[in-house]
Design a protein around this ligand. Structure first.
Ligand code: TYM
Length: 335
């Protein structure tokens, strides 16, 4: 990544941020704002694909903004904005949709999953979710997109759409953006229910939220799925156990991880002790965050100011891109 490269990412306002959102995405945002021109937004258009109640939307948007700020995003360093404050995004989405094909959209894994989960609501927004994401990214001509592993295929689609536009209309107009994580690979934080990823809608007890109170964190972690213990020395850990270690690795010190790893390998581990330690380390990690959420949330003037400033700053490059695209595709003013 070079200094001149533009960085962009977003989060849907569908609930509080959890450890997966933090370690997969926000942690990288906080680091990248120090070196690059960054845009971080709240994807309220995207959240409409699952039909939230109109009355819930604003509160959820506000919560994500507060949590962005509490996690260390600085509106003086990065541009923080609301997706729907940039109608230019919707216009670029329209242009990109003209060159997005049904077959490729139908093959996207998240579309197939959502169609299975909500068979009564397989709307066109779900199908074209990757085109809207591409519009978010390309509207600022971004090159790096810090996201978790679950967004990898969406980024592939953005690359496809950007390449296609460049080939059809203008060579090298859009940069070809890359999914990014500071480690070598994109990451997936697992949930506490034994399989799959941590997610906002994966069911009760799966996700630990950054703003969650300690009592509730202890309760969730103590209930996490385990098994009856290792039956052989140095055996490979089954998924639910590996998952607890994966979370331990991101919140605890390396010697703590090593301690429990050794105990697992020599078969002396007691999962109760592992879980207690994990819960306390999550609590220690999230406590400063919780305190900041309370502080920022009480300051409505500041929240308004941040949103307004973000919308203004983000509009500049968005307008430029949409003007370029209109002209590139042949919309020239003739009057
Ligand atoms: P969303 O809101 O589902 O998730 C926000 C970010 O958190 C990451 N994430 C995870 N990372 C690791 N482990 C997990 N268990 C985990 N769960 C979530 C996601 O990968 C994501 O980075 N489509 C996006 C929002 C979006 C967007 C964009 C992102 C809209 N337009 C343009 C980047 C660029 C989404 O639904 O993320």
């Amino acid at each position: 990544m070079e200094k001149k490269d533009i960085v962009l990412s977003g989060i849907r306002p569908t609930g509080n941020l959890h450890l997966g959102n933090y370690f997969g995405a926000v942690k990288n945002f906080v680091k990248m704002q120090e070196t690059n021109k960054c845009f971080f937004f709240i994807a309220d258009y995207h959240s409409l694909t699952t039909h939230p109640k109109p009355g819930d939307l604003q509160g959820n948007v506000r919560q994500v903004l507060v949590e962005y700020l509490a996690a260390g995003l600085d509106p003086e360093k990065a541009t923080l904005y609301l997706q729907s404050d940039l109608p230019e995004t919707a216009e670029l989405y329209l242009f990109l949709n003209m060159n997005a094909y049904l077959g490729e959209l139908e093959r996207v894994t998240t579309f197939k999953e959502k169609a299975r989960k909500q068979p009564d609501n397989v709307n066109a927004g779900l199908l074209t979710y990757p085109t809207l994401m591409a519009a978010d990214i390309l509207i600022h001509r971004s090159s790096y997109v810090p996201v978790g592993k679950d967004q990898e295929q969406h980024l592939e689609m953005t690359r496809t759409f950007a390449r296609r536009f460049n080939r059809m209309y203008k060579n090298d107009y859009f940069p070809i953006p890359k999914a990014f994580n500071f480690g070598d690979d994109l990451i997936k934080i697992p949930g506490l229910d034994g399989s799959g990823k941590m997610g906002k809608s994966e069911g009760e007890g799966n996700a630990v939220f950054l703003a969650e109170d300690p009592k509730s964190i202890r309760k969730k972690v103590m209930r996490a799925v385990t098994d009856s213990g290792p039956t052989q020395k140095n055996q490979t850990k089954p998924e639910p156990i590996e998952n607890l270690f994966t979370i331990l690795k991101v919140v605890s010190k390396p010697d703590v991880v090593e301690y429990f790893d050794d105990q697992y390998n020599n078969m002396t581990i007691r999962y109760g002790d592992l879980k207690k330690q994990l819960a306390e380390d999550i609590i220690a990690f999230t406590t400063p965050f919780r305190d900041k959420v309370a502080e920022i949330s009480a300051n409505q003037d500041y929240i308004n100011k941040v949103m307004k400033m973000g919308a203004e700053k983000a509009s500049v490059s968005a307008r430029q891109t949409v003007n370029d695209v209109r002209s590139i595709v042949g919309f020239k003013k003739i009057y």
